[in-house]
Design a protein around this ligand. Structure first.
Ligand SMILES: C[S@@+](CC[C@H](N)C(=O)[O-])C[C@H]1O[C@@H](n2cnc3c(N)ncnc32)[C@H](O)[C@@H]1O
Length: 292
């Protein structure tokens, strides 16, 4: 029977003291996934396995409380102003396979680094709604952290640069890039609830160099950017207008455009941009383009 294995698995997890170590986030997340499955197995087993089901649920709750404790400590450290970009990078590197020799260069999955960022930024508390609807607007989805590690590794971000996230959602990308690279960052977001949340987020973190414009990217002031990022925020006519606006910006100064998702395949056709590296564009890799 299937719960013949579930019982020893549960006992092993209950006995695993390493899960209590605050920084064992990746191991805890894996254990929590396993516990969710074990819980379902016991539930299906009816009365006989009810007690085990309750134990699996209790352990899961305890591990989640440890995660929250860890997130709160990291958040306090980040708010203290003592966290350097290098130290933040070291922390994120612990929870991603990005950069490891045997890791795939495509960015396909969310990793424990994403759970850490969401927990620290308390993004799971967001309860707002998308209220602006248009066929070309893409719904909210987060860039995996590993894409942003790739970005700061391969796009020089120096004094004088200003990073723009076009379609900035709850503000995650702008905050992470600012933390890692130290440059001012600006998000542009069409949904009022998302933008309001991002603004409150940076205020609560004391980040004065990250701001959010509540605007349609077709109309927002883009004049201060040097590096722009698009994680497939819109398509069709909206994308065409925004790319034309970026092309116009590029007549005043050299700009870099970074892309992730299906938008990369469209941007690859723009004659005013050249790819920064030789690799063919792919939905799940970071595209980096420079204006000619
Ligand atoms: C796929 S999400 C990307 C979120 C964030 N940039 C990230 O990478 O994690 C796309 C975001 O673009 C926003 N968006 C869509 N059309 C927009 C427009 N015309 N102007 C500004 N924001 C827009 C959506 O509301 C959504 O928050």
């Amino acid at each position: 029977m299937i719960h013949d294995q579930a019982i020893p698995d549960l006992l092993a997890l209950e006995a695993n003291a390493a899960l209590d170590e605050e920084e064992a986030l990746a191991e805890r997340l894996e254990a929590m996934e396993q516990l969710a499955f074990i819980y379902q197995v016991f539930r299906a087993g009816g009365r006989d396995t009810q007690e085990y089901g309750a134990r699996a649920a209790a352990l899961r709750t305890r591990l989640e409380a440890l995660n929250q404790q860890y997130y709160a400590r990291v958040r306090a450290w980040l708010r203290s102003g003592r966290a350097t970009g290098d130290a933040i990078r070291e922390l994120l590197d612990r929870y991603t396979s990005y950069g490891q020799a045997d890791a795939a260069d495509l960015h396909l999955d969310y990793e424990p680094a994403d759970a850490l960022v969401d927990g620290v930024l308390q993004l799971e508390r967001f309860e707002g709604l998308a209220t602006v609807h248009h066929r070309d607007i893409v719904h909210l989805e987060d860039t995996p952290v590993r894409v942003l590690l790739d970005l700061v590794d391969h796009v020089p971000l120096e004094v004088g640069d200003c990073f723009y996230d076009l379609g900035s959602g709850l503000g995650r990308v702008a905050v992470i890039v600012h933390w890692l690279a130290g440059v001012p960052a600006c998000g542009v977001e069409i949904q009022p609830d998302y933008c309001g949340y991002a603004r409150r987020l940076v205020e609560s973190l004391g980040l004065t160099q990250v701001r959010f414009l509540h605007a349609d990217a077709r109309e927002a002031d883009l004049s201060r950017g040097t590096v722009y990022y698009l994680f497939t925020p819109f398509k069709g006519g909206i994308l065409r207008v925004v790319l034309a606006r970026l092309q116009a910006e590029a007549t005043h100064r050299r700009i870099t455009l970074c892309t992730y998702g299906a938008v990369s395949l469209v941007v690859a056709q723009e004659p005013w941009l050249r790819p920064a590296a030789g690799a063919a564009p792919h939905e799940f890799s970071l595209g980096i383009w420079r204006s000619r």
